[in-house]
Design a protein around this ligand. Structure first.
Ligand code: ASP
Ligand code: MG
Length: 409
């Protein structure tokens, strides 16, 4: 008998029919002797609809009230699913986030979970109930309703799984697992049976949107085995877990990419202490996050400095950079908003040489020019012209033979 937390996303509970299908599935798992906690999202489109209503009244609704409104989406789903379970003779109880004491900080619309008092959930599990919990929401210490940021139900599920020490947290979604890369770009992309937390973190932060990144962080921190699987087809999905001792990892697990990048360069700034800091502070003062950073070798006492930002922030970053560039006596400020980032991810990189050269060779063969490079222990990222994105991802997928099952030693 296992203790399982299942999370169903918006599409999986998108209609009454689908909610009934979820109830069938939960009943099946329970009939096999498992104890079940189910976390649900709002029915698909609901959260957007609620946000739009609020914005129709005020384009900038107060975050507190927006949370009160948004949290209702999940409240509808928990009740409907519980009704469907009861109709099937399964004793079940629904709870909102605040009711099961999901305590968060007070940053409305993007709150972080601080603590969960799982006693109520445990008591109900002991009574043999299925517990249905609203994802995406909690309460701060003053009793205000908070939400966890879009896609936050994943994080709710993982946090609850950690709090009750569940055997597995299963995230049911509209894809059947985590792929070596986006199958819309590479049709022979392969579903991975398993991937490590570290790799999944990289894949999520590099633009693979299967799981909310905070959910992955949380699962890694509390060592909650996490499985992504389809609510529409049977299958094992992808298990996200720790690297196993003694098991050889595939060198490269996947290829992630980020389409919405932009790059900015300030040329001919003085090569002296404090300049990089001044430039980056000017950008962060605008609340803009900087991604990759490259500074060239100095020439004539001056240097060039290039960095990337999200494309939405390009105009604002450019304005800030032009201003600080003038103050620093820069030669010119230039930019390009038609670039993308492509990254190879794999924990096996740590113990294998030659990955970067194989990557650059594959790109060169296709005539793809690399504009910037950055590396970490388990990833290599390049910035390239956006028109080469598909070509580059396919070439790398081929070169590293990611369509083939990795050998397990
Ligand atoms: N309903 C929320 C959203 O649409 C949370 C979630 O689905 O995870 O973002
Ligand atoms: Mg979601």
């Amino acid at each position: 008998m296992a203790l399982i937390v299942q999370k169903y996303g918006g599409t999986s509970v998108g209609s009454v029919k689908r909610i009934e299908a979820v109830a069938d599935k939960v009943k099946e798992w329970r009939d096999r002797g498992n104890r079940m906690v189910v976390v649900v999202s709002a029915m698909s489109g609901e959260t957007n609809r609620i946000v739009a209503l609020a914005k129709e009244i005020d384009p900038n609704p107060t975050p507190r009230e927006l949370d009160v409104a948004m949290a209702t989406g999940e409240q509808v789903t928990i009740a409907l699913l519980t009704i469907a379970l009861e109709k099937r003779g399964v004793p079940a109880r629904s709870y909102t986030g605040p009711q099961v004491q999901i305590l968060t900080d007070s940053s409305h619309n993007k709150a972080r979970i601080l603590d969960i008092d799982a006693q109520r959930v445990r008591d109900d599990l002991d009574k043999d109930h299925v517990i249905v919990v609203a994802g995406f929401q909690g309460t701060d210490e003053h009793g205000n309703i908070t939400t966890l940021g879009r896609g936050g139900s994943d994080t709710s599920a993982v946090a609850i799984a950690a709090a009750i020490d569940a055997d597995e947290c299963q995230i049911y979604t509209d894809v059947d697992g985590v792929y070596t890369t986006d199958p819309r770009v590479v049709p022979n992309a392969r579903r991975m049976d398993r991937i490590t937390f570290e790799e999944m973190l990289e894949m999520s932060s590099l633009g693979s949107k299967v799981l909310q990144i905070r959910a992955v962080e949380f699962a890694g921190k509390y060592n909650v085995p996490l499985r992504v699987l389809s609510s529409f087809e049977e299958g094992p999905g992808t298990l996200i877990t720790f690297e196993e001792e003694g098991m050889e990892q595939p060198v490269i697990s996947g290829i992630a990419f980020q389409r919405d990048e932009a790059k900015l360069t300030v040329r001919g700034v003085p090569d002296e202490p404090g300049v990089a800091c001044k430039i980056l502070v000017a950008i962060s003062d605008q609340n803009i996050e900087v991604d990759m950073i490259v500074q060239n070798i100095a020439n004539d006492g001056t240097t060039d400095f290039t960095f990337t930002v999200h494309r939405n922030d390009y105009q604002q970053a450019m304005a800030a950079l032009e201003k600080i560039g003038k103050e620093l006596g820069a030669r010119e400020t230039i930019g390009d908003s038609e670039i993308v980032k492509v990254s190879l991810v794999g924990v096996g990189m740590r113990s294998h040489a030659g990955i970067a050269s194989q990557m650059f060779k594959a790109l060169a063969k296709e005539g793809v020019n690399i504009q910037m490079i950055s590396t970490s222990e388990i990833k290599i990222s390049v910035i390239i012209d956006e028109k080469y994105l598909e070509l580059a991802v396919r070439a790398l997928h081929d070169s590293f033979e990611l369509d083939a099952e990795p050998e397990v030693h």
